[in-house]
Design a protein around this ligand. Structure first.
Ligand code: AMP
Length: 271
């Protein structure tokens, strides 16, 4: 992969890169379509990265569909699909990690210790292998985008990070590979995240600026669903993810809930 990337670069071709964990859906495909439009060559990767899963998390159960994914990549105009295996990505006896401090410790990072260390490490490694000019990520994983941007700045990586909007089901549920594990009742309860975010947006549109009141309103909606356990429902600064007391330009609402065995996250800009 690395020598292929080097020869593409030597030919003066731009490389657009879409890293994924597979079980592809329209959210992933939107990134591939954008990469297709903006670059000479499009590389996608599928790698269920063990270092970003906690010991009690769903690494073994993460959904996989190699054949279906291949077809979708082809149809989306992906030129190269990179499918590394864990032993080549993490050679035995080598333990090198990338840590983005602060941003990695709050919200998702507080609930999933080590998660963003795994994400930053694998993305740094993939960037070194694929050598993209541009790399495409989904806003659905808001904090992940912030961590990757910080990593790129912090390590002076020559990659433009492109962040694209969340692709949703018709009822508002953010597409996610893990949605396949939602039972019928859980699937209908799962729309509560989008309903809570829309409530927040509506309040802001009506003039509400108190972060506290918006958080309470989101939590009230989430808690109406019996099966939902709220992990956080916050209004944060869009860059630092630090809590804010009032909504201003560059404020984002971020949610995480548990629904049975599944965790769901979502977010929405507020101003
Ligand atoms: P994953 O395979 O879940 O690790 O996701 C790979 C990339 O696709 C990440 O940049 C995600 O943020 C992005 N992505 C996942 N779900 C969506 C979605 N619903 N809309 C847009 N991008 C998404």
């Amino acid at each position: 992969m690395q020598s292929l990337a080097q020869s593409l670069r030597a030919e003066g071709k731009s490389i657009g890169f879409v890293p994924t964990m597979g079980f592809l859906h329209d959210g992933h495909l939107s990134l591939m379509h954008a990469a297709r439009q903006e670059n000479d060559s499009v590389v996608a990767s599928i790698f269920v990265n063990p270092t970003q899963f906690g010991p009690q998390e769903d690494f073994d159960r993460y959904p996989r569909d190699r054949d279906g994914d291949l077809k979708k990549c082809e149809a989306a105009g992906v030129d190269v699909l990179f499918l590394p295996e864990a032993p080549e990505m993490y050679p035995e006896g080598v333990a090198v990690f990338v840590t983005v401090e602060q941003l990695s410790d709050v919200l998702e990072g507080a609930i999933r210790p080590g998660h963003f260390r795994g994400v930053a490490t694998v993305v740094a490694k993939l960037f070194n292998i694929v050598q993209p000019h541009r790399a495409y990520f989904g806003r659905k994983d808001y904090q992940q985008c912030a961590v990757i941007r910080a990593m790129v700045r912090g390590l002076n990586l020559a990659v433009s990070v492109v962040v694209l909007p969340t692709v949703r089901e018709r009822d508002g549920l953010a597409m996610s590979s893990r949605n396949v594990y939602l039972g019928k009742d859980e699937r209908s309860a799962a729309t509560v995240l989008w309903r809570a975010l829309q409530e927040a947006e509506g309040l802001v549109r009506a003039g509400e600026r108190s972060a506290e009141r918006i958080q309470q309103a989101m939590r009230r909606i989430l808690e109406r669903e019996q099966a939902v356990t709220v992990e956080y429902a916050v209004v944060s600064d869009a860059e630092t993810l630090a809590p804010v007391s009032s909504v201003r330009a560059g404020t984002v609402a971020l949610l995480a809930v548990r629904l049975g065995r599944i965790r769901l996250i979502d977010n929405h800009p507020l101003l």
